[in-house]
Design a protein around this ligand. Structure first.
Ligand SMILES: Cc1cc2nc3c(=O)[nH]c(=O)nc-3n(C[C@H](O)[C@H](O)[C@H](O)COP(=O)(O)OP(=O)(O)OC[C@H]3O[C@@H](n4cnc5c(N)ncnc54)[C@H](O)[C@@H]3O)c2cc1C
Length: 356
């Protein structure tokens, strides 16, 4: 007991000078002031509860546990690693890598004197390779949780009070997890477009585009952000005719102008086509092909573009609905983002939001 208290005191001291590294960002802050409700001494109450097991949440949970705090992480997906490992960075990079190898074998090897007959795609094997990468990495995080003694609760978490989370567990049933300090690390979800229903078959989000079972003859990507362009590039390399429709006058609008130009050139070399300054005004899914009615962004003559699959890639929304924020009075803005102060604290004492 005395040893445990000593370790806990040491952790609190450490927290005063620690740097938590999570993905691309580094946060330097005093945790004893951040965690304003102090630290637990009871047996089932946690010092820290993290809702969401993505790159933000799992890193925060492991770091807290390493510093001696009793920590629980709640994740509803059934696998750790969040969007990034399950339906984001990792699967997209796995498919970019595989499709790059196919494309090189098909278009460049011969120039280098490497001759191959009948280079073919086995799409199921390619997807299997991607799925293996995902499961190895997500299981690795589960291993890190065990090693660092983070309790992992699988289920959907919802606030009952600022220190109690009700979890609808994946096994069925409900459990309540208590914590002195709660970190909201629920990430983001796909943003739809008005009038377009994503069915993840013919009209897909990035999640559906990572698991197509056939190579579409024609793929239209709505939105020229980096996610749409990555997925467009994967399918273009595998043989789809890819057209990107973008409202703005340039692709990846937040990037440097010179990079944008070079990026577009290299995608055009992969035979991707771009319709910039263009908006989608209607979608017809009543026939075998999806028909998109297009119009210049500033208005004008309409045209129709046909596709076998349409990828809606218009950004992502904060994943804060269904968390019970209204029950405890956590403020959100119009699109569901939670404002925080310089310590990442929300307006409710003891409830923090992780910022990626
Ligand atoms: C296709 C694609 C490619 C990407 N490529 C890159 C890249 O190359 N590089 C890069 O830096 N970023 C990339 N990203 C972005 C990256 O995935 C995110 O920045 C990152 O995942 C954010 O981490 P997070 O922990 O904040 O949220 P998330 O990873 O979204 O994790 C949040 C987790 O919380 C869980 N959750 C939500 N609500 C609840 C609840 N109520 N109860 C329990 N659990 C809940 C969700 O299931 C989810 O697993 C990509 C994204 C996509 C979609």
């Amino acid at each position: 007991m005395a040893m445990a208290n000593l370790a806990r005191k040491k952790a609190i001291n450490l927290f005063n000078n620690t740097v938590i590294s999570s993905g691309a960002l580094r946060y330097s802050y005093s945790l004893s002031s951040t965690f304003s409700r102090g630290f637990a001494s009871g047996s089932d109450e946690n010092d820290v509860v993290v809702i969401g097991g993505g790159p933000g949440g799992y890193v925060a949970a492991i770091k807290a546990a390493q510093l001696g705090l009793k920590t629980t992480c709640i994740e509803k997906r059934g696998a750790l690693g969040g969007t990034c490992l399950n339906v984001g960075c990792i699967p997209s990079k796995a498919l970019l890598h595989s499709s790059h190898m196919y494309h090189e074998a098909k278009t460049s090897f011969a120039k280098h004197g490497v001759k191959l007959d009948n280079v073919e795609i086995d799409l199921a094997a390619m997807m299997g390779q991607k799925d293996k990468a995902i499961s190895t990495l997500t299981k690795g995080i589960e291993g890190l949780f065990k090693k660092n003694k983070v309790t992992y609760v699988k289920g959907h978490g919802k606030f009952l009070s600022p220190s109690e989370i009700s979890v609808d567990t994946l096994e069925g049933g409900t459990t309540v997890v208590k914590g002195k300090n709660i970190i909201i690390a629920t990430g983001s979800d796909v943003k739809g477009l008005p009038g377009i229903t994503i069915d993840e078959k013919r009209i897909v989000s990035s999640t559906g585009a990572l698991s197509l079972t056939e190579i579409p003859k024609k793929l239209t990507v709505i939105g020229a952000g980096y996610i749409g362009l990555e997925m467009g590039s994967v399918w273009a390399r595998l043989g789809s005719e890819v057209t990107v429709v973008e409202f703005a006058p340039a692709i990846v609008p937040s990037m440097d102008g010179e990079i944008r130009k070079q990026f577009q050139r290299s995608l055009e070399k992969q035979k991707m086509k771009f319709m910039l300054n263009t908006k989608v005004v209607a979608v017809d899914t009543t026939t075998d092909v999806v028909k998109l009615t297009l119009e210049p962004s500033s208005g004008g003559d309409q045209s129709v573009l046909e596709a076998d699959v349409v990828l809606v890639s218009a950004g992502r929304n904060p994943f804060t609905s269904g968390l019970g924020l209204e029950t405890i009075g956590v403020e959100t803005d119009k699109i569901g983002r939670i404002p925080v102060d310089e310590r990442f604290a929300t307006n409710v004492n003891g409830v923090l939001r992780l910022v990626m």
